[in-house]
Design a binder for this molecule. Structure first.
Ligand SMILES: [Zn+2]
Length: 209
C-alpha cells in the first residue's frame, strides 16, 4: 500500500496549484513571463509579462474548486487592446479560455489547463498586434507611462524590480530539452576509453605520412 504523504491531505486545488508552480519552476515559460503565488496565499498569483517597452503586472485569483473552474485574471494597468476592459480594481481580459462551464466542446475553460498554459495564452493574447487598438482612452504611450508608475499594493513588484523576477539565463538553460542537455553535459561513457587508442592510431598515421 502506498504511504500517504503530507501532500495527500491537502485539498485538490492546493495540490494542483503546487503542481502548476513546480511546472513553471522546472520549465520557464520564456524570458518575458514570470509568475508565482503570494507567500501567504497560494490562491492568489501575481505575474508579469513584457513585450518591447511595455511590462504589465497581473493578478490571478483561483477559485477553491480549481481546476474545475478557471482563475479570474486582472491587469493592474491598462493596455490598448480590443478585449481588455476597465473593471473593479483594474482591467479585465475577455478571453475565451477564462470562461467557466462552457458546454460547447473546444471552447472555454478546460480543467486540463494549467497556470503555464494560461500564461502562454495571455502573453500571446495581450501582446497580439492584431488586437492593439487605442481603447478606453489608452494608447501605447499612455500604457507604458502607467505601467512605469505602477507599484503593486500586494506584492513587492515595481516596474524596475519585477516580482517574481523574470527568468535568468540559467533558468532558461535548464528549460532546454533534456536530450540536448544530456548530449552537452554527459558525453557517451566509452569516449574516454577510446580516446587513448584513437590518439595512438592517429599518431601512427602521422608517422606513416
Ligand atoms: Zn503584485
Amino acid at each position: 500500500m502506498a504511504t500517504p504523504t503530507a501532500l495527500t491531505y491537502l485539498p485538490l486545488a492546493t495540490r494542483r496549484l503546487l503542481r502548476d508552480y513546480a511546472e513553471i519552476e522546472r520549465a520557464a515559460i520564456g524570458e518575458n513571463v514570470s509568475a508565482g503565488p503570494l507567500e501567504a496565499n497560494i490562491f492568489e498569483w501575481h505575474a508579469s509579462m513584457r513585450n518591447g517597452p511595455l511590462t504589465v503586472h497581473l493578478m490571478l485569483v483561483f477559485p477553491k474548486n480549481y481546476p474545475h473552474d478557471p482563475p479570474s485574471v486582472t491587469l493592474f494597468t491598462p493596455v490598448p487592446h480590443a478585449n481588455v476592459v476597465p473593471s473593479l480594481g483594474g482591467y479585465r481580459i475577455c478571453l475565451d479560455m477564462l470562461n467557466p462551464g462552457n458546454a460547447a466542446p473546444y471552447e472555454g475553460w478546460s480543467k486540463c489547463y494549467s497556470v503555464a498554459s494560461i500564461l502562454r495564452q495571455l502573453q500571446a493574447f495581450i501582446f497580439d498586434p492584431a488586437f492593439q487598438l487605442d481603447q478606453h482612452g489608452t494608447d501605447m504611450t499612455i500604457a507604458v507611462q502607467r505601467a512605469k508608475q505602477f507599484v503593486c499594493p500586494k506584492c513587492p513588484y515595481t516596474y524596475d524590480t519585477p516580482w517574481p523576477s523574470f527568468p535568468t539565463e540559467y533558468d532558461l538553460a535548464k528549460t532546454a530539452p533534456t536530450v540536448v542537455r544530456r548530449r552537452v553535459i554527459a558525453p557517451p561513457r566509452k569516449t574516454p576509453a577510446l580516446r587513448g587508442p584513437l590518439i595512438a592510431l592517429a599518431a601512427e598515421d602521422d608517422d606513416a605520412g
